[in-house]
Ligand binder design. Sequence first.
Ligand SMILES: C[S@@+](CC[C@H](N)C(=O)[O-])C[C@H]1O[C@@H](n2cnc3c(N)ncnc32)[C@H](O)[C@@H]1O
Length: 197
Amino acid sequence: MPQQRRSQNKTDREESRVDNLWHWPANGREDVALLSEKRCVGAELGVDTGQLTRRFLELAHFSKFHAVDKWDDIAHSEHQYKIVKERLSVYATVEVHRMTAQEWLKGIPDESLGFIYIDCYAHTGQDGGSVLEAAWPKLSIGGIFSGDDYDRRYWPKTFSAVNQFSKRVGRSVNVRDEFCAKAGPRMDRHPTWWWRK
Ligand SMILES: C[S@@+](CC[C@H](N)C(=O)[O-])C[C@H]1O[C@@H](n2cnc3c(N)ncnc32)[C@H](O)[C@@H]1O
């Protein structure tokens, strides 16, 4: 297939993937954000299509919300970033950042976030646990530390990274059935983990 048609097909696919997921109704996973203090600053690390970001924003809970994703590989490209940024632009409180979570976290003050949701690649164990390490100092005391894919069977690396990190910081891992969807997109069906700092 000629190069130009191949890349056109790819951008069409990215567009329709965002389209398909964008209007997905709230189904529980976003409610973990409601454990954080109203009007705090929140962040989702690993955004992909922005379908969960939209649901966090629809809660009207945050004074500001940062959506951070590197969008730098074949599955999640710069083109996808542009689509997601444009769609999220209807929300006044959101800022979209195209960089690694670790880089973005390095540039913000300690204890400046009241809610963090970590959803970078599950198969890498959130970059070998390094996203959790970089995020923890940025959470204020009493803030909610959370993330996706706490699933021993499907995502063992994330499951053990979260367990190891929770031990290191002396917290117990919580999960709740209502933060795990029974239906909806595949990525919504793995347990969300959380604890309070
Ligand atoms: C599972 S998707 C996120 C799904 C999204 N939170 C949702 O619920 O719809 C994982 C995303 O993490 C991003 N990602 C992976 N490692 C990252 C890192 N170290 N920093 C920032 N983004 C990363 C990928 O580009 C990808 O878009």
